[in-house]
Design a protein around this ligand. Structure first.
Ligand code: GTP
Ligand code: MG
Length: 238
């Protein structure tokens, strides 16, 4: 099996090396070939340089240096294209760099994807857990998830989860220029797009751990873009 893993980064110098060490260990157990693609948006903290050093340590890492902070969605659009064009993987994994997503969960997700088009690590199943969130973060998350489910009409309990695995053919069907969101809203708009294509995802329980290092990139501007995307999906029914 060939697996590509796309990881967007912006100022993640404290967590990226640890994540890559863990990821390589896990992915080697299940993949015949793998490629890790780090999409760095010119992080001022030097994440790009750290990624280059990891690229010397492990031969399966590709680092893409983007010219400025252009958004997590834009990074994924480019990263997915690179994965498909350069590597032709069976599966494509997307995950955050801040150690909130445990690479050890990937083999279980791959097992469960059988018979489905994509898998989502869901924080809202009976055996899921979220460690380290305060009340404010929980409320924002809950509001965003509800707005996304209602506006995009998707029957997914955790539509904002950024830990997912797609079959190659699923991503090949997506015309990424039709997905307008460049920021966090991309996660929901992509699910809406996949639903329109008649593709089916499965949610798998996850243990999500709040970041201990670095800062969240979810800010007011991202929140506004997210609400605009929800409104657009609701009004245009796209
Ligand atoms: N390349 C790129 N990566 C980004 C950008 N914004 C966020 N990221 C990365 O996307 C992933 C998710 O961002 P986070 O800041 O962790 O978002 P979050 O998980 O909703 O927020 P926290 O729960 O507080 O961590 C991380 O790996 C970030 O470094 C961006 O504009 N460009
Ligand atoms: Mg995070």
């Amino acid at each position: 099996m060939k697996i590509a893993i796309v990881i967007p980064t912006f100022n993640e110098k404290d967590t990226l090396p640890n994540l890559i060490d863990k990821l390589v260990l896990e992915i080697k157990k299940i993949a015949e070939k793998f490629m890790i693609i780090i999409m760095d948006d010119a992080s001022p903290d030097g994440t790009g340089k750290i990624a280059e050093n990891l690229n010397k340590k492990y031969e399966n890492i590709t680092v893409v240096h983007r010219s400025s902070k252009m958004g997590i969605g834009a990074a994924y659009k480019e990263g997915f294209r690179i994965a498909l064009d350069r590597f032709d993987p069976d599966l494509v994994v997307q995950m955050d760099a801040d150690l909130s997503h445990d690479p050890a969960e990937i083999p279980g997700m791959i097992e469960k994807i059988q018979g489905c088009d994509y898998a989502i690590a869901s924080r809202h199943l009976p055996s899921s857990s979220i460690l380290g969130w305060g009340l404010q973060r929980k409320l924002i998350h809950s509001f965003a998830g509800t707005a996304a489910r209602l506006c995009a009409r998707i029957d997914i309990k955790d539509p904002t989860s950024g830990f997912r695995i797609f079959r190659k053919n699923v991503l090949k069907k997506v015309n990424f220029s039709e997905i307008r969101s460049e920021g966090f809203a991309f996660q929901v708009e992509l699910l809406c797009y996949l639903k329109k294509l008649g593709l089916r995802g499965i949610e798998i329980p996850t243990k999500f751990v709040n970041r201990k290092e670095g800062k969240s990139k979810m800010d007011l501007d991202e929140a506004l873009q997210f609400m605009k995307m929800c409104w657009r999906l609701l009004v245009n029914r796209i």
